[in-house]
Ligand binder design. Structure first.
Ligand code: WTA
Length: 646
């Protein structure tokens, strides 16, 4: 834990929208008069029909209901595109940087308008209309942005599935939200490697029913199978439609998108976000957290398949009329200078990435960084997982040349936008701390019984009241929404994260306290990996936990009990890794597999995951009481045969 504190520079205090006094004043107002505060903030958007009600949210057991600006009418695409055309039609909205460094392009707001309208019209020719679900399985190409905004324009609900997910994972998501249409590309390209997206879609549809249309964007030009009654090329269809498409008037509470995310139990759940509150929150957080001013070049390295891509590549920046960079590639291709070369090439001022990328690049030393200039950089951001102070310092010192504040932003798919974060002109920084709550956000740290802990303390992180960007429900399963987030601590939203608050009131997120692991900033449910493992013929039982991993933050550690008569071997270990990889996707690949003759269970048959975690973390000294186990001897065997960290 670092004791270092970095003050806000005089220059930052002066240039930023929010300095320390303003933060205090606005934060106080946001909690004492939320209706007044958010009513004013919502004016940052264009409303077709103004709202008269601001918030209407209840966290009461049995009646979880979250509404913001509920009688207002607006269109998200209008707010992200059309309303900017008069003033900034010729300004670049999106800078696209390809996987191949020779490929990039600038898309103006005017061009974005035309492209989004074309995509929207293509969808309309296939009878997609308000409320229909559209699954988007695309690489980081401009068409991904066009497709999302096209849905918003016509009132369809997009469900973007990260292009690294397997056909089975895609099928599950298509089925859950009953999409009749899937938008994909022939192939994706990452780090020079091709990803067979269209073939994956074909394999997914073989398992999912109800898909009438597959729109295929020609990207690499690879030959792919086309089903003549179902599949068509996007570029051909786009030639047949106009560049004008009216915006569908949407209630503030009409759904904007579904995004599947992993939880402690069961299959991924469809997090539902709606239109008005989400956009107000994405826009406002983007402006203030990144201190975005007109003309700035802003780059968030996330993928649009994750919430960070939704809120901070697309919706927040475009609502603010920003220039946002969209990067198809990876940090280490063609070499480890890629991020910094892109920053120099496009004169990026604000750079937002994940700790896992920083840690990976840190391993190759300062040289790949130092041969680039990075003098355009003004602000750095971090998201997705706790950033360890060593990585923070390296980011600050080597990437930012000790000139750029770092905003360590804590939030979740469920929160829609950033909830705990420094503001660069207002907040002193402590490496490793997400610092202070954003406006309107009331964090509470509670103990296991739900008692609210005051002052310097640590426990489980809850949020006491609603904010506009909050998810509204689990798509198609409101009971699961209540069960997952509001049943552990009644009357509060439970984040699933552990947290410490220091003597200065700064928040330090310590990681998940539930059965979710955070691998390279990606959420993975241990239950998902377990159910994949036990689906293999050789496996009788599996238990999956996280363990500290130098680069990924957490790695996936699997304990596997084999069927009687099956012998453990390295070959089987490899086979199981490949199995999970194919079943869920590369991000779910177990890092370590330990063959376990037995798992530690209580006498009632419950697996004691706490013990498995401690063994995986290599802390056999703190296993705690094992006397209640049905067979305490299994623990000795597990400790003895622990797999080594990679
Ligand atoms: C973790 C990503 C520490 C946390 C936006 C959370 C973080 C989960 C931070 C959500 C941070 C995200 N510091 N931990 N700055 N940001 N997390 O839904 O455990 O993919 O619950 O949203 O990531 O991951 P998700």
């Amino acid at each position: 834990m670092s004791e270092k504190v970095y003050d806000v520079s005089a220059e930052w205090a002066k240039r930023a929208f929010i300095d320390q006094a303003k933060y205090r004043e606005m934060y106080a107002r946001s909690t004492s008069d939320p209706k007044g505060f958010w009513g004013e903030q919502a004016k940052r958007l264009d409303w077709i029909e103004p709202f008269t009600k601001v918030d209407n949210a209840s966290f009461a057991p049995g009646n979880i209901s979250i509404k913001w600006f509920e009688d207002g009418v607006l269109n998200v695409a209008w707010n992200c595109i059309d309303r900017h055309l008069d003033k900034r039609g010729d300004q670049t909205a999106i800078i696209w940087e390809g996987d191949d460094p020779s490929q990039s392009k600038h898309i103006t707001y005017r061009e974005l308008h035309d492209e989004v309208c074309k995509m929207a019209n293509v969808l309309r020719t296939r009878n997609v209309s308000k409320g229909d679900r559209v699954t988007i399985y695309l690489p980081m190409i401009p068409e991904a942005a066009y497709a999302m905004l096209a849905c918003a324009r016509i009132g369809a609900i997009h469900s973007v599935v990260f292009a690294g997910f397997s056909p089975d994972s895609l099928a599950q998501r298509i089925t859950d939200c009953k999409s009749k249409i899937v938008i994909t590309a022939d192939e994706g390209l990452r780090g020079g490697k091709k990803v067979p997206l269209k073939a994956n879609v074909d394999a997914a549809i073989a398992k999912a029913s109800g898909v009438d249309w597959v729109v295929v964007v020609k990207h690499t030009g690879a030959a792919v199978d086309m089903n003549p009654t179902r599949d068509f090329w996007y570029q051909d269809a786009a030639e047949m439609v106009t560049t004008e498409c009216p915006c569908e008037p949407m209630s503030a509470e009409d759904p904007l998108f579904i995004l599947y995310t992993s939880g402690s139990t069961g299959q991924p759940k469809g997090v539902l976000h709606t239109s008005g509150g989400y956009l107000v929150f994405a826009s406002m957080t983007h402006q203030y957290v990144f201190d975005y001013h007109d003309g700035d070049i802003y780059w968030c390295t996330a993928d649009v398949g994750w919430v960070t891509g939704h809120s901070y590549i697309l919706y927040g920046p475009l609502a603010n009329g920003a220039t946002t960079l969209m990067f198809e590639g990876v940090p280490n291709y063609p070499d480890n200078s890629r991020f910094w070369n892109v920053i120099d090439k496009h004169k990026v001022n604000i750079f937002y990435t994940a700790p896992t990328a920083i840690r990976a690049l840190m391993q190759s030393g300062d040289a790949p960084v130092k041969k680039t200039s990075r003098k355009s950089l003004r602000l750095l951001g971090s998201v997705g997982e706790p950033i360890n102070p060593e990585a923070w310092e390296w980011y600050y010192r080597v990437i930012g040349d000790e000139r750029c504040p770092i905003v360590d932003t804590w939030w979740q798919t469920e929160t829609g936008g950033i909830l705990i974060t420094p503001l660069p002109g207002a907040t002193k920084l402590k490496p490793g701390s997400a610092t202070q709550p954003f406006f309107g956000v009331v964090p509470e740290i509670v103990d296991a019984d739900g008692k609210v802990l005051e002052g310097e303390t640590s426990g489980n992180l809850c949020i006491a009241r609603s904010w506009p960007g909050q998810m509204r429900t689990v798509y198609g399963d409101h009971a699961r929404f209540e069960q997952t987030y509001f049943s552990t601590y009644k009357g509060k939203y439970f984040t699933g994260d552990g947290c410490r608050r220091d003597a200065d009131g700064y928040y330090w997120i310590t990681g998940r306290v539930d059965d979710v692991i955070n691998v390279s900033g990606h959420r993975m449910g241990t239950a998902e990996v377990e159910s994949s493992l036990v689906a293999h013929d050789a496996v009788s039982e599996a238990a999956v936990v996280g363990y500290p991993h130098d680069i990924k933050g957490q790695g996936i550690y699997a304990y596997v009990t084999l069927m009687t008569g099956t012998e453990p071997s390295d070959a089987l270990r490899k086979e199981l890794v490949a199995w999970v990889r194919k079943d869920i996707g590369p991000i779910a690949s177990p890092d370590l597999i330990q063959f376990a003759p037995g798992l530690p269970k209580t006498r009632s048959g419950k697996i004691m995951r706490r013990i498995l975690r401690k063994i995986a973390e290599d802390e056999p000294g703190s296993l705690g009481d094992t006397s209640t186990l049905a067979d305490p001897a299994v623990v000795d065997d597990l400790v003895q045969h622990r797999q080594n960290k990679k």
